[in-house]
Design a protein around this ligand. Structure first.
Ligand code: 0RA
Length: 642
């Protein structure tokens, strides 16, 4: 965006109202008073500094968590206006910190663009802090103003001395109010993840982070600064993959009050969800108009190019969008005035002007890019050709599965030990890893209501494998037939043969891996089943010990700790149950399968989608990172490590 040259002062800020509403209903302003709301305070302050950066006045933001748990955000922007407002007779700083929406960005001209989702103003942070200090370097002077709990001023804005030579900027230090928040402990990891994202989206902006809390202290502050912006973002996401070519494509279009930039690179993988979009720095996880515009133009341009170069023959049908997007890692970042966020999680961009802008920009500039980079363009088209062939093969494979089901009557797989109940509400399918565990599960089950499908350890990772190969996999075919409701786009949740589909895997690393693969499969290919709340994870106990002659099972470390606290004299060893196979069928029945005693974990789409997004954006989906991730989290079976 073009740098703004007019000078703003306190007069430009619109004054709305005091802070009482924020104290009364914090959730309205920051979402919640849990950890997410606590971190909103940090985002809010930092977003103001980022707005300064977007307006062209700030190059560096330093965030420090202080030894006493406070948070300091310092920037080198213009500084909040210090002059007195002509009507209200209080300083701009006081307005910004004590009045709701008392910032230039809501007055119209101050900034062209701003977040909009958490653009609630620093006054909200003040209202929800037990203490806040703001310092402003401006016009050669160092200014300070302090506030007590709830944002109550402890005096006026005062000049305490000279500003360091030539320096301007704002420093806000705040201590979250422990009577408002469930916890006031910041998570360095959460903060770092977001700062890295912000640094990617604001080319050249330096964001530094230091954690000075005892026990957290890192020797060096973490510094994020990406000269390449979203081009570096794409390189980062693709670093763990195998790029199809080394160049990262880039296009942008800047208009009067809106702009778009796109960076893209294909890798040799098969995923079709490598496209991530942002509006004013906010991750639009649900997509929206900007994504629609890009996808539409990408499909048109690549088809046109492939026809023009005779790579797509006259008799061939056009590529579908998904053929072209296979293996694509793309970042779309748009900035606009008044972003409209819609959808279930308010993470879908609604402004239709963005579809037009992004589509037009991509239509014009992507074609130039392809013409200028024929080697890369050729590889993109070849990959789309392969994807289109795979898509047709997948359709055939689906037809074969469907026909098989029709021809074999019920068409149930040999390995399935079905249950006899007719009422679907009673029917449960246990998917059990390994033939031996499958054997004990058959003995442990209630044959009326519980069906068992054993699967071998190595099913394909559906995200990495092509759908046609996945559908040829016998284990997957057995699973699809057993559930009986089809697969992929044709999946019809109403036809499911069970009301609960339960993944029962070992509590070790391999078990965790298989559970991951199964959940990924359900998430990708039978999402309505997850949405209907029909997918569960069984939780076999982690430990057993003896009390007298009786064997006692303990679900996890916490249960073991509770057990020991209640029986300090307990001397017997705890054995760690490594596999389901170690339990006999009685044990398996009591601990894991009997509806009266077991604990099942229901898988939600939100958990699955979130885990999926975090995985795919921040670490890419390479096998090594996944493995490492699974190993790190294997102890916690409740973590959905998709
Ligand atoms: C209102 C108007 C101007 C700047 C700011 C607010 C501002 C707020 C914050 C909060 C943290 N860092 C900040 N930096 C700037 C415009 C000031 C001008 O035109 O000189």
């Amino acid at each position: 965006m073009a740098q703004q040259t007019q000078s703003y002062g306190a007069k430009d800020m619109t004054v709305l109202e005091g802070l009482e509403p924020v104290r009364k209903r914090p959730g309205m302003y920051i979402g919640s008073t849990g950890p997410s709301g606590l971190h909103h305070l940090v985002w809010e302050v930092v977003d103001n500094s980022v707005d300064e950066a977007m307006a062209g006045f700030c190059t560096r933001i330093e965030v420090t968590i202080l030894p006493d748990g406070g948070c300091r955000v310092a920037d080198d922007g213009r500084g909040i206006p210090t002059d007195l407002h002509p009507v209200h007779k209080i300083s701009g700083v006081e307005i910004a910190l004590t009045k709701l929406h008392g910032g230039g960005k809501f007055g119209g001209d101050g900034y062209k663009v701003s977040g909009g989702l958490h653009g609630v103003g620093v006054s909200v942070v003040n209202a929800l802090s037990s203490r806040l200090v703001v310092e402003v370097d401006r016009a050669g002077k160092h200014h300070v103003m302090e506030f007590a709990k709830g944002g109550v001023p402890q005096g006026k804005l005062i000049v305490t001395g000279e500003a360091p030579r030539g320096r301007t900027g704002t420093t806000v230090t705040f201590w979250p109010d422990e009577t408002v928040f469930e916890t006031v402990e910041f998570s360095a990891r959460t903060i770092l993840e977001r700062f890295q994202m912000m640094a990617f989206l604001n080319k050249g902006l330096e964001i530094r982070f230091a954690d000075q809390r005892p026990g957290h202290a890192t020797a060096e502050p973490v510094v994020y600064r990406y000269a390449g912006g979203i081009v570096d973002f794409v390189k980062h996401v693709n670093a763990s993959k195998e790029p199809l070519f080394s160049r990262v494509g880039y296009l942008e279009q800047v208009e009067e009050d809106q702009e778009v930039e796109v960076a893209f690179q294909w890798n040799t993988g098969y995923q079709t969800d490598g496209l991530h979009s942002f509006a004013n720095g906010i991750n639009t996880v649900e997509g929206g108009s900007h994504e629609e515009g890009f996808k539409a133009a990408l499909t048109t341009v690549v088809n046109k190019y492939a026809r023009a170069k005779n790579l797509l023959k006259e008799k061939d049908p056009n590529f579908q969008g998904e053929d072209i997007r296979e293996g694509l890692t793309g970042i779309i970042s748009v900035r606009l005035r008044d972003p409209q966020f819609e959808g279930q999680t308010k993470a879908k961009l609604g402004n239709t002007s963005m579809k037009t802008l992004v589509q037009k920009a991509t239509n014009e500039k992507l074609n130039d890019w392809l013409e200028e980079h024929p080697t890369e363009a050729n590889k993109v088209v070849k990959k789309a050709l392969a994807a289109a062939q795979a898509r047709q093969a997948a359709r055939k494979a689906r037809d074969v599965i469907r026909n098989k089901t029709l021809l074999d009557g019920a068409g149930m797989p040999d390995k399935l030990k079905d249950c006899s109940a007719k009422d679907r509400a009673e029917r449960e399918l246990f998917i059990v890893e390994g033939d031996s565990a499958g054997g004990s599960a058959v003995d442990a089950r209630d044959p009326r209501t519980q069906a068992i499908l054993p699967i071998r350890g190595k099913i394909l990772n559906v995200e990495r494998a092509r759908i046609d190969r996945m559908l040829k996999n016998l284990e997957i075919q057995a699973l699809i037939s057993a559930i009986g409701a089809g697969v992929g786009e044709e999946f019809d949740v109403d036809k499911r043969r069970y009301d609960k589909v339960i993944a029962m895997c070992d509590a070790d690393v391999d078990g965790s891996h298989i559970r991951t693969l199964l959940l990924t499969f359900f998430f990708r290919q039978m999402k309505p089943l997850v949405e209907a709340g029909c997918v569960y994870i069984a939780q076999p106990p982690l430990y057993s010990t003896e009390v007298g002659r009786e064997k006692v099972y303990l679900k996890d470390d916490a249960a073991r700790a509770r057990f020991l606290a209640e029986r300090p004299g307990h001397r017997k060893d705890f054995s760690r149950l490594k596999g389901l196979g170690e339990m006999d069928s009685d044990e398996l029945h009591v601990t894991t399968m009997d509806p009266g005693h077991r604990t099942l974990l229901q898988v939600t789409v939100e958990q699955a989608a979130l885990a999926d997004e975090v995985m795919s954006i921040l670490m890419g989906d390479d096998v090594e990172s996944r493995k490492q991730f699974i190993v790190t989290n294997a102890g916690d079976v409740r973590f959905l490590d998709i």
